[in-house]
Design a protein around this ligand. Structure first.
Ligand SMILES: NC(=O)c1c(N)nc(OC2CCCC2)nc1O[C@@H]1CCC[C@@H]1O
Length: 321
């Protein structure tokens, strides 16, 4: 029965795609993957009545909008206050401990991309909305659907909203600028601009060609899943087959945070994506609620920013290499 086979192939390919793009551990060869993919493509062409926008064959894009729809966020997408040195981190820690003396932190790399909200209903991906001004964003579902590591199905039927950062891996960024240089087009200054420019495309075929990726870090309705801390939320999102950055550290105090920042500062030039700092969050959700938010940013999180690489050293690198 062809519909049966179509649904079975979609499940197989979703699983294989998860292994490849999220776990980075494929269990079959590329040839075997391609055989399943081609069988699904030809069955979908023979039986268009079984078309599904969430089918893996739709990741290549092909939707061209004439405008973006504005969407109001279910809950405001907060920003982060910035600090630039250890002393300011210790000020933040002191203020936290006035309210939560035993707070522990989760330190997460600050991905330099654009913030995004994903909504799943009945286990299926339904919408992606940019942060916009934090209250209202743009519906970019057609472009986010092309990001291979984002699951189109999750094993939960309740409504799930998660937030994270869509970014352009350094390899994609270098390749894109090389192509643009060959075509005499203006280059993107950095991966963040390139990612933002790609997500704002009306033609999802262009977005698909930009090979974007994403890490997820915030589970909006986590309390409905009985989750009590940031680390638990990250583990739950991993369980949902969402791609979560494994490079993170639970820290008992700000000294451990500072040690992790130094370690990552060393690794930064060798990471496959751009980071502009570290996001430090109080782990316990009860403590987060106790600390609260300002209108713009949480009082339970802070962004430590790495010193901007001196333009001079960058220019010297170019001149001297
Ligand atoms: N860029 C990041 O890697 C990142 C992160 N790892 N974690 C958060 O946590 C949110 C949750 C509540 C307030 C900030 N935000 C991040 O980026 C923010 C989103 C909006 C502005 C920054 O890009």
């Amino acid at each position: 029965m062809s519909q049966q086979r179509i649904l079975e192939l979609r499940r197989i390919l979703d699983r294989l795609s998860y292994e490849y793009y999220v776990l980075d551990k494929p269990s079959v060869s590329d040839q075997e993957y391609d055989r399943y993919y081609q069988e699904l493509e030809s069955l979908e062409q023979q039986f268009p009545e079984y078309a599904d926008p969430n089918s893996i064959t739709q990741r290549v894009g092909g939707v061209v909008l004439d405008a973006f729809t504005k969407v109001e966020h279910s809950r405001a997408m907060l920003s982060l206050d910035d600090v630039f040195n250890l002393e300011e981190l210790q000020d933040f820690d002191r203020k936290v401990r006035e309210v939560e003396p035993n707070a522990r932190y989760v330190a997460e790399l600050k991905i330099d991309g654009l913030a995004m909200s994903l909504i799943y209903r009945n286990g299926t991906f339904v919408q992606a909305v940019t942060r916009g001004n934090g209250i209202v964003g743009e519906d970019v579902t057609h472009n986010v659907r092309t990001i291979q590591s984002i699951p189109m199905h999750i094993p939960y039927t309740e409504e799930v909203e998660v937030r994270g950062e869509v970014y352009m891996p350094n390899a994609s960024f270098e390749m894109l600028n090389k192509q643009r240089e060959e075509k005499g087009e203006e280059l993107f200054a950095n991966p963040r601009n390139a990612a933002a420019g790609s997500i704002r495309q009306l033609d999802s075929k262009i977005a698909a060609s930009r090979k974007l990726d994403a890490f997820w870090y915030y589970f909006v309705n986590s309390s409905e899943f009985g989750i009590q801390s940031q680390e638990e939320a990250l583990e739950k999102m991993e369980e949902m087959h969402l791609r979560v950055n494994p490079l993170r550290r639970i820290c008992a105090n700000m000294d451990e945070v500072w040690a992790f920042i130094q370690e990552i500062g060393e690794q930064r030039p060798h990471l496959p994506y751009a980071i502009d700092g570290m996001v430090i969050k109080v782990d316990s959700f009860a403590a987060q609620a106790h600390l609260g938010n300002t209108i713009r940013a949480p009082k339970w999180a802070i962004a430590y920013k790495f010193p901007a690489e001196e333009v001079v050293t960058k220019l010297l690198d170019i001149v001297l290499t």
